[in-house]
Design a protein around this ligand. Structure first.
Ligand code: SF4
Length: 365
């Protein structure tokens, strides 16, 4: 069974996870009550412009990027985008108006190919949701439907994963999980390409990191490291929230009895840990051409847990406000030529301590 949230949801416009894979987006959460960003402080009215600007800058610095962008969680593709250029990932969030249109078209084509593959395995059902808890309940129902299939040694697609990395909640969707002839659990990520050739080494590096993150989170889930109270706490969800009628109906159709959100949460986490799902043994990325669906190549990856965790620590330090965003290193300065933000980029223009500019000798006049 696979469910989809309706777009009627009010509090969280995010839909089910199947619309995220290969194009995951950060979810902008509704501001919490008492949000510190609300304009206030009548005493500001009498400050001089410079003092006022300093105060604003100070207030902004006090917020982490997670707080500034009002995020309760990150999507895995946003963390993996930091491999290409962290500064660019930040600009995409701050200045989406500068993104070229063809990116959207390519993204939509990629999503259609993913959807077609998903439909080979199961039907999609539209479900109306009435609360944020309903929206997350749909993801849990998808998970609950896939666990026994996986346990039975069969293949699943669009498997939702969630977990905590460096204290930050992250979510993602694994394209495909199945078993090899040797019985190893294999993760297969599908990447669709506009061009009919394999990506560059730099693009492959980003794709590999995305897949490594999936393994990190999936393994922690099946090993019982993620518990339902962590889930509730990070996402500010209400365990006692009564599920909407359509969500309850979907749960019944899938063979579960759940009237409130916590019922489903407990079921999902019990099933995950008790049904003895193995950790992922094998990782691969399959590249196909968008225009023809022709395979372009498959890459099998070697996983290095220490290296992955060190990179995660560095990337999430930005999100937690422990450091400023970084642009590309000198050897990757070629990426700036293809970047939509080149004309406004502080890093490239040397306004943010770019090593590219720092290392450039000054012209004599
Ligand atoms: S111009 Fe270069 S450093 Fe700046 S965001 Fe783009 S790729 Fe990154």
């Amino acid at each position: 069974m696979s469910g989809r949230d309706s777009e009627l949801e009010e509090a969280e416009p995010a839909s089910g996870f199947s619309d995220l894979s290969d194009s995951e987006f950060l979810q902008i959460e509704e501001p919490e009550d008492g949000d510190s960003e609300k304009p206030s402080c009548s005493h500001n009215r009498h400050l001089e412009p410079v003092e006022k600007a300093l105060e604003t800058a100070k207030r902004k610095r006090a917020q982490t990027p997670l707080e500034t962008f009002r995020l309760l969680y990150l999507c895995i593709t946003d963390v993996s985008a930091q491999v290409w250029c962290e500064q660019q990932m930040v600009y995409k969030r701050e200045r989406p108006d500068l993104l070229p249109l063809e990116n959207t078209v390519q993204l939509n084509t990629g999503k259609s190919i993913h959807l077609a593959r998903e439909l080979e395995y199961h039907d999609l059902v539209s479900v109306c949701t009435t609360s944020r808890e309903d929206s997350w309940a749909i993801k849990l129902l998808n998970l609950l439907a896939m666990i026994p299939v996986l346990q039975a040694g069969r293949r699943v697609r669009e498997f939702p994963v969630f977990g905590v990395l460096e204290g930050v909640f992250v979510v993602g969707v694994i394209d495909q999980l199945g078993y090899t002839a040797k019985g190893e659990l294999e993760l297969s990520e599908l990447k669709t390409r506009h061009e009919a050739f394999l990506p560059s080494a730099a693009q492959k590096k980003r794709d590999r990191f995305q897949v490594f993150l999936y393994k990190c989170i999936f393994d922690a889930m099946v090993q019982g490291h993620l518990t339902w109270d962590i889930f509730i706490q990070h996402l500010h969800l209400r365990p006692e929230q009564v599920l909407g009628p359509q969500v309850q109906e979907q749960a019944r159709n899938a063979g579960f009895t759940a009237s409130c959100f916590q019922d489903l949460l407990e079921l999902a986490f019990l099933n995950l840990t008790l049904l003895d799902i193995p950790v992922i043994d094998r990782l691969q990325i399959e590249y196909i051409h968008q225009g023809t669906n022709a395979p372009l190549g498959t890459e099998v990856l070697a996983y290095d847990d220490d290296a992955v965790r060190a990179t995660v620590r560095d990337f999430l330090a930005y999100w937690k406000g422990q450091r400023d965003p970084k642009g590309v290193d000198v050897e990757d300065a070629w990426k700036c030529r293809y970047c939509a933000y080149a004309s406004v980029c502080d890093w490239r223009l040397g306004r943010a301590g770019s090593p590219t500019v720092k290392s450039r000798p000054k012209k004599s006049r």
